[in-house]
Design a protein around this ligand. Structure first.
Ligand code: ZN
Length: 102
């Protein structure tokens, strides 16, 4: 049997007692049409992304690929799911972290 752990608090989830939540995120580089006009570049940017992705297949480079497109998946326990939906981007935590760094 597959055992799941919460990706936030690392608690092991009991399949019989705990409800497991799956979070899927899709992050990709957005090309702003306005910026394209200003640059006078009429090139089709979907085609450009396609080119980049094809280059990635050739170059086998994970780093550039993650910059352009990334799909993430997390398993969460009910408690962490509750926290996540209230603050999906972890804004408060990020703010505190920045302050403590300066
Ligand atoms: Zn958790």
């Amino acid at each position: 049997m597959i055992r799941y752990c919460c990706d936030l608090c690392h608690r092991e989830l009991d399949p019989e007692e705990d409800l497991r939540y799956v979070v899927k995120m899709e992050v990709y580089a957005a090309f702003d049409p306005t910026a394209v006009d200003e640059a006078g570049d009429e090139r089709n940017h979907l085609q450009e992304i396609q080119d980049i992705l094809e280059q990635l297949e050739d170059a086998d480079s994970d780093q550039i690929g993650a910059d352009v497109y990334r799909q993430l998946r997390f398993d969460l326990c009910p408690e962490c799911h509750g926290k996540f939906v209230k603050n999906p981007l972890g804004r408060e935590t990020a703010k505190l972290f920045n302050f403590s760094q300066n």
